[in-house]
Structures are given as C-alpha cells and as structure tokens.
Write a protein that binds this ligand. Structure first.
Ligand SMILES: [Zn+2]
Length: 346
C-alpha cells in the first residue's frame, strides 16, 4: 500500500488515503515520486466545478505534474534503468492516430491525461508509460522536475510564434503566467505587460521580470495596457493564461490588428466574446495551447533552464509535505491567492 491524494467523491475536496501500489504494464515504468506540484486540473478536481465533472471518473489519484526515480521497469520499456530520474509528460498519447503520426502527439485523438483520465503522481509511487518519461541527464533540475510539465505549457504558449521585439501581454499571473513572463523576456519580447488581480502575485510578476504590471480591477486597466504597449494599436501578442472571462475580454480588446492571441487558460464556463471585433476584423492569429510538443518543447525547456536564460524558482513559493495537502489546496483556492507554484513531497 502507499499514500496518495485521491479524489473519491463528486463534491469539493480530496483525501490523503492508503491505496494499493500501482502495478505496471509491460511498456511502463514504476516511479518513486520525489515531488509533485498542484496543477490547474488538480484545482478543478478539488473545487469540483466546471468541465472536470463531465471528464473525471472517480476514484482517481490526482497529480499530473511530477518527477521521481525509476524503481521498476516493464519488460517492453526500453532505454531506462533503475535509478534514472524522470519527469512525467502527462499527455499519454497512443502513437497510432493521425496526429501522433504527424508530430502532434500532444493533441492525440486518443489522449489520456495523468491525474485526470489515469491515476497520477500525487502519490508515493506512480506508473508512467516509458514513451512519456523524460529522462534527466544529471540532477541539476531535480528540484524543478515536477515543474517541467507546466513550464512546458508556458514555453509552448509563448514560443508558438516568434516574440522578438514584440509587446506581450500576459493575462493572469498564476504559475503558468509567471513562467510565461520569464520565457517571454528570455525570448526577446519587449515590453512584457502583466495583468493580475492579486497583489501577492503582482509582486511575483515583478520578480519574474515583467516590465509593467496592471491590476485588472483598477480604473482604466485597458487604457493602461494600450499605453504600455507603446502605440501600435494594441499588443502584438496576448498570452491568455488565466481562463478568467474578464481577462479574455480585456485581452481581445488589447490585441492589435494583425496580432496573435494565445488561448491557454481554461474557463469554468464558456465566455461570451466579441468574435468579430476581437478576432476576425483584426485579422488576428489564434493559437490554442494544450500541453507541450512531445518532445520538442522538452528540449527547449532543458536549454532554457540549464543555460540560465530562464529562472523559474521565484515562482515556487511553497514546498509542503503530503500531510499538508489541505493547507496547500486552500492556499491556492483562497481569494487573496497568496502563493505561486505549490510543490508537495511524499
Ligand atoms: Zn494518438
């Protein structure tokens, strides 16, 4: 048996419970979890609101963002040895569908996601298909290992198109938005404008390198964004990382004609938006971001972190033991949002 954070009932919350040790399939690895961070999907499961109710089958071990040591190897899992340190790619792709055979494994037709469709890594041990394991060459990123999954989302969201010399607006400075700020800076965006309602997270946005930080609740927030963008008729690149209706609306209004809008944040309910004025008449380019390119984004991530071009450590504000999981979830879901990324350790 092992300890795991499990969603057992269709209502708010989750439990730290004893569950059976996972049994691996021939193409899988058993990973002794070193650390796991709390993802937006874990928060949706905890709150039990919105899209998650129609998707997650219970009971389910939560956690899509984790890393750890390989302790058991299935007979068909090649290229790994006991003691290897791996981070999990949470998008379990089939390898057979049209997308998989065209380098779009992250949006596989038969996609299953760890901690959502399959048991995840907020546990002492987790099973991981070998094809979805990222092996670390050394231990230099060990303490950031759980964060590679969400960091990869942000790398993909920012770098899906060149941002050199372009103004970027990051709407929402939760962990993904904070990562996006640092990546946009390192990728040559100027200025990087951040929009965030929590005073605590505005301070983190500053630490991550945002040039201008605006409270969306303040009077004239849109005008402030347009002024900061410097008079090209709006922002070149909007990186929508929050999924909040107000941020999506402001982002579409702030987008310059001919600019690009990157949709990453997942709203609890469908927003009503100015489709014609915000996108069509502007001749905008729209990118939906789901996951990371497997494994092209992972190589980019490793380069960005190991070269020192991006430092994501200031975005990690809390590291807690599993026993404090309630405190962790309450911290992230409370109104003031006085946290960045929260990591849990078994
Ligand atoms: Zn596929």
């Amino acid at each position: 048996m092992m300890k795991a954070i499990v969603k057992t009932s269709p209502s708010a919350g989750a439990r730290l419970a004893q569950v059976p040790l996972p049994r691996i399939a021939p193409d899988e690895l058993l990973v002794r979890v070193h650390s796991a961070s709390i993802s937006p999907a874990d928060l949706a499961a905890w709150s039990w609101k919105g899209w998650i109710k129609g998707r997650m089958k219970l009971p389910r071990v939560l956690g899509r963002e984790f890393c750890g040591e390989v302790v058991e190897i299935g007979e068909l899992a090649k290229g790994f040895g006991k003691g290897d340190f791996v981070s999990a790619e949470s998008h379990i792709f089939c390898g057979q569908c049209y997308q998989c055979r065209n380098d779009q494994r992250h949006v596989c037709s038969n996609l299953k996601i760890l901690g959502l469709d399959l048991d995840g890594g907020l546990a002492e041990y987790a099973r991981l298909p070998a094809r979805c394991a990222w092996k670390h060459n050394d231990e230099s990123l060990k303490e950031l290992g759980a964060l590679l999954e969400p960091f990869g989302n942000a790398v993909h969201a920012v770098q899906v198109e060149d941002v050199v010399g372009r103004s970027a607006l990051v709407t929402g400075c939760g962990p993904q938005g904070l990562f996006a700020i640092a990546i946009a800076k390192a990728s040559g965006a100027k200025p990087v404008i951040a929009l965030e309602g929590s005073a605590y997270r505005r301070t983190l946005a500053k630490k991550m390198g945002a040039d201008t930080i605006i409270d969306p609740g303040a009077k004239g927030a849109l005008e402030k964004v347009l002024k900061a963008a410097g008079g090209r008729g709006g922002v070149d690149a909007v990186l929508e990382m929050s999924g909040e209706h107000r941020a999506i609306d402001l982002g579409l209004k702030a987008l310059r004609p001919g600019g690009r809008f990157t949709a990453f944040g997942i709203p609890e309910t469908n927003p009503s938006l100015d489709y014609a004025g915000g996108l069509a008449f502007k001749g905008a380019r729209l990118y939906g971001i789901s996951g990371r390119e497997i494994f092209a984004t992972w190589y980019r991530m490793e380069n960005l972190l190991k070269s020192g071009a991006v430092d994501i450590r200031p975005a990690v504000t809390h590291t807690l033991p599993f026993a404090d999981y309630r405190k962790a979830f309450t911290l992230i879901t409370s109104r003031g949002k006085k946290c960045g990324k929260v990591i849990l350790k078994p």
